[in-house]
Design a protein around this ligand. Structure first.
Ligand code: FES
Length: 104
């Protein structure tokens, strides 16, 4: 089982089975404490914003143009920010730790 470690907006940590072969967002949006992902993964709403643990950020594929532009408009943007719909989840990412960013 590939596991995702998720820190919710209250700071509580959860360990869940991550859906492999789809984006991290697909797992997060099924959780009560997850993300709404309003655009459904089209990289246009930013409601799937997460902060990736620094230990993991370098193991993810780099951000692409649209993702960078959208993230930079957020007041909660950090160097570790990602749109979770743009991060494919794989077995090799088991243990990936992300924190749900504030709603904007
Ligand atoms: S779900 Fe809308 S940008 Fe990721």
């Amino acid at each position: 089982m590939a596991e995702l470690v998720i820190v919710d907006r209250r700071g509580k940590e959860h360990r869940v089975a991550g859906r492999v072969g789809v984006s991290v967002m697909e797992t997060l949006r099924e959780l009560d404490y997850g993300v709404p992902a309003i655009c459904g993964g089209m990289c246009s709403c930013a409601t799937c914003h997460v902060w990736v643990d620094e230990a993991w950020i370098g193991r993810l594929p780099p951000r692409q143009g649209d993702e960078i532009e959208i993230l930079r408009e957020l007041s909660s943007f950090k160097p570790t920010s990602r749109l979770s719909c743009q991060v494919p989840f794989t077995e090799s990412l088991s243990g990936l730790r992300v924190e749900i960013a504030p709603d904007e």
